[in-house]
Design a protein around this ligand. Structure first.
Ligand code: ATP
Ligand code: MG
Length: 363
């Protein structure tokens, strides 16, 4: 499998709703291919997490598209486990395989725990009927934890997936690997607990500055590039949302302030503490972002996808930007959250205005 060919083909992938071609992610793709190519272990699971809307699903759809076109020794299938509609469930998967898989999987969406068993059966049947071939099988499960919450359910699903990958290796004499994606940080924390046995936890970040500016250009964004970087920090989902809202940055910021406010209030009521005490305690995490997980608000900030563990906990697919809202241990998912919380702490209230936050970003 030629890495350069796959990287080139990925850039031919068109994101239909945006009417543009896929931007960058070359280094992530190279690292992922390196992992998938290694033959030291024949069955393995890679969990991929990252900030909300950083582009995990689009990257995996693009990878499926490119590998199905370029790779001869590898069969790759993408399952979007949030999609109820069967036609969108497989995204860029090869159409011949899709039709076969579709027959069996219909009506199965609710039974998450049985998915590994069904996938095993389908793949085995397809190999026997020679509809599928290749020495390597890559199965991608997007939003694998959707509707699963607790440690036991997630662990059971992953153990079952791992056992079924091992059976595929044994029965078909092949290499079988799975990429499972989760955006929910509380679920991702569960994965890191079970990492090592048959699973590696990987982190993907927002776009780097150069690629973010490239995406801004392709979307014909009229806003100041550096300013936008210091607010949404390379997050493609927020850039797309901004475009949909006619580049009204103020509206987006208003929404983000409301989100942070709700989270802080939830922390205060949950812990029975005064809001001022929660904000005062958070100051240590703003002054030293790597200590964010020592603050009282951490768990709720994590649940609401405002912060996450980074760096040392993961195999890093992306290079983390070195900014004041990121660190090697904990980071804000986007800089706006850092600035909003900083403003709330400085003004000693959660009732802050867009102008208050912008003033701090600009100076
Ligand atoms: N490399 C890219 N080039 C162009 N557009 C991109 C790229 N990555 C993501 N996007 C766009 O950004 C938006 C968010 O991407 P996507 O849905 O893949 O994020 P995600 O990380 O899967 O989000 P979630 O956390 O909700 O699962 C989508 O509209 C997608 O098309
Ligand atoms: Mg996604």
């Amino acid at each position: 499998m030629k890495v350069e060919n796959i990287v080139r083909t990925i850039h031919e992938y068109e994101i239909a709703p945006l009417g543009i071609r896929f931007v960058d992610r070359d280094s992530e793709v190279c690292k992922m291919l390196q992992l998938l190519e290694s033959t030291e272990v024949k069955a393995w699971i890679y969990m991929i997490t990252g900030p909300w809307g950083c582009g995990k699903s689009e990257l995996l759809r693009a990878l499926t598209y490119a590998m199905n076109r370029v790779s001869e020794d590898c069969q790759i299938v993408y399952f979007d486990l949030t999609e109820k509609e069967i036609s969108r469930f497989y995204a860029t998967t090869d159409v011949n395989i899709m039709l076969e898989v579709e027959k069996v999987l219909e009506g199965l969406m609710g039974e998450r725990a049985k998915i590994p068993w069904h996938v095993y059966r389908i793949i085995k049947t397809l190999y026997e009927r020679r509809k599928m071939k290749g020495e390597k099988i890559i199965l991608i499960f997007d939003e694998v934890t959707y509707s699963l919450k607790n440690l036991r359910e997630i662990e059971a699903l992953i153990t079952s997936l791992s056992n079924h990958l091992a059976s595929l290796v044994k029965d078909l004499n092949c290499i079988a690997k799975a990429l499972v994606v989760t955006s929910e940080q509380s679920a991702s924390e569960v994965f890191t607990k079970i990492s090592g046995k048959y699973l590696t936890s990987c982190l993907m970040w927002n776009l780097n500055k150069e690629s973010f500016f490239e995406l801004m250009n392709r979307l014909e964004c009229p806003l100041d590039q550096e300013l936008l970087w210091s607010i949404i920090g390379g997050n493609p989902r927020l850039l797309v949302e901004l475009k949909e809202r006619n580049w009204d940055l103020k509206e987006i910021l208003k929404g983000l302030i409301a989100k942070v406010r709700k989270t802080i209030r939830r922390t205060a009521t949950g812990r029975g503490e005064a809001l001022s005490a929660i904000l005062m305690d958070l100051k240590k995490g703003i002054d030293k972002v790597e200590d964010l997980d020592l603050t009282l608000a951490w768990n709720v900030l994590l649940e609401d996808n405002i912060v996450m563990h980074t760096g040392a906990m993961f195999l890093n697919l992306s290079e983390m930007p070195k900014e004041r809202w990121t660190s090697n241990w904990c980071s804000f998912q986007i800089p706006a959250y850092y600035w909003i919380l900083r403003t709330m702490i400085e003004l000693k209230t959660d009732k802050v205005e867009v102008e208050d936050v912008m003033k701090r970003i600009r100076c």
